[in-house]
Design a protein around this ligand. Sequence first.
Ligand code: ADP
Ligand code: ADP
Ligand code: MG
Length: 660
Amino acid sequence: MIRKLLIANRGEIACRIIRTCRRLAIATVAVYSDADRDALHVEQADEAVHIGPAPATESYLRGDAIIDAALRTDADAIHPGYGFLSENAAFAEAVTAAGLRFVGPSAAAIRAMGLKDAAKALMENSGVPVVPGYHGESQDPDLLLAEAERIGFPVLIKARAGGGGKGMRRVDDGMALRDALASAQREALAAFGDGACLIEKYVTHPRHIEIQVFGDDHGHAVHLFERDCSLQRRHQKVIEEAPAPGMSEEMRYAMGEAAVRAARAIGYSGAGTIEFIADASEGLKADRFWFMEMNTRLQVEHPVTEAITGIDLVEWQLRVASGEPLPLRQEDLAINGWAMEARLYAEDAGRGFLPSTGTLTHLHLPEDLARIDSGVRTGDSISPFYDPMIAKIIVHAPDRATALTRLAGALGNVRSTGVATNAAFLRHLAEQPDFAAGRHDTGLIERDLGTLTDSRPAPDEIAACAALVLSGMLEPGASLDPWDSLSGFRLWGQARHFVTLHHRDQHWQVSFASSGDGTWSACVDGKILSLTVRRTGETWRLTVEGVTTMLHIVRDRDQATIFRGGDSWSFDRTGPLDGEHETTGGGDQVVAPMPGLLKVVCVSPGQAVTAGKTVAVMEAMKMELALAAPRDGKIAELLSAEGEQVQEGAVILLLEPEDE
Ligand code: ADP
Ligand code: ADP
Ligand code: MG
């Protein structure tokens, strides 16, 4: 067995591999770039080696530096994770040449599957159904146009060296083909250094169903059933599950069979995935699936397979790389229950899924509700250098409906601040009716984008809460509650606070006063409400009109984020009237903090007052509110009269200007 493993990767997958090594008592070596000095994977490994500056091309893609790190630390094997060097045949070769084990297939197998066109030709010859199309050498636009017409529109142009959904264009008619081809070739050349493209029939109602395969060096190959990755955005997976909804035993057998045949065709050793596209226009049919590509590595979504089979795929990888035979035979393998995985990303779904970089000032992941594979924690930053994935959230349940409910529940308990995440989008997706019914295909997200990315506007009581938070009112021991110091005396003026809040494009003017015992009267943009906010452990209970809801509150200086039932709103505070010190809303004025009845005016023009003296009493929300003088001075003018109904912000009286 491997003694010491170097992990040529970062983030969640490095941490996940370390976890299995720990259990198997294999020592671990992390590698890290300048940007990852304090990263979780570095902290978790037994040893760590610095390999270069932040850009991946100068660190995580530097095969020589990584092999050197393995030799220096006396590691005997290298696990490449996914992405980076995982499908780089030259790297696999160099690792072996250095006398180390590569945890993955042979360089020859990687090469055979590296280019989609060659892989398709190979599969065709092995009797595996491939997507009809053109995967010849020629890149002549006229020839490709003729091929597209032969195949029949719509077609999909794909970069043969492609990955991660890059370099793909759907083309619906001959007119659009030339431009689409040129742009796909440009994108492919820039991303993969190889502009060559192939053309495939665009499968309608496409479902992405892939089969996990495993081979060893003793001629064995098995499959570990399917994963359905049909929820995609821009050809990238968003939520994955296993098994696939609507899968018949007949089709599962046919796909598993084809996948194992594909693996055997290249003498595959280790973990791999055969990706198929299925035409689900009439449900899944055993004769309507075709090979798309093979990923010769551990897949991002491998945990759903682990959940339904009870197998640790990384352990199998390490055993196979150590020369052991596969621990189980095909007939020993079975599916148990249903698993789902959601990819939590630092991206702003409401702004076109723009990647969001910055510091994760707070991160709570629902470890109690789901398996969490993550490589970051509170205080870490999401840098622009690497994939902005924060975590994978994986649930397992006896059946699909229960798994979906669990997934939605877990996603509703993701709480983070500092960077935007797609948590709400993922939760909406987990609750999407077509997906819940298993009637989805790869176009679902695009079709339903508006609803899925909708964010609920902040309710008034949430804005009121944010105002309390940002004024420090909910902090432990905050004794700005006038009832604490001035029992029985309703000195509204001293306790009144004005806060201007912003949340995305929304703005609020909030003023509030304590009514004691956690109850506050607040005025949010002219609307009055009474709310009670109490802390119970880590959570808060907000009661409005007899209904209590649970909140989580995170404050980061001038920003407060309030989480409730899976929704969250971040408020920033700014504005001229803002501040706890602002006891009245103006040095020379006494202003109505909320709409109500001006019940009593206690002063008359010319009268001298001292700061804090009650000058008027209002009645609002069946409460009496005492308004106090903002400073020592003389009353200049009364602008509202007793018995008058006043609006929020109405000036009730003026003081004479202060002497300069
Ligand atoms: P899956 O998500 O099914 O595991 P993907 O093809 O989406 O497979 O890629 C997984 C990871 O590998 C992603 O982080 C992706 O960015 C990265 N990746 C995929 N292809 C390439 C490539 N050609 N070059 C660099 N990174 C890649
Ligand atoms: P990548 O290497 O980028 O992962 P794939 O060939 O695996 O490229 O395709 C990525 C995704 O694009 C698939 O998961 C599928 O949703 C979609 N796709 C690929 N080929 C087809 C096709 N022929 N018809 C419809 N959709 C396709
Ligand atoms: Mg793919």
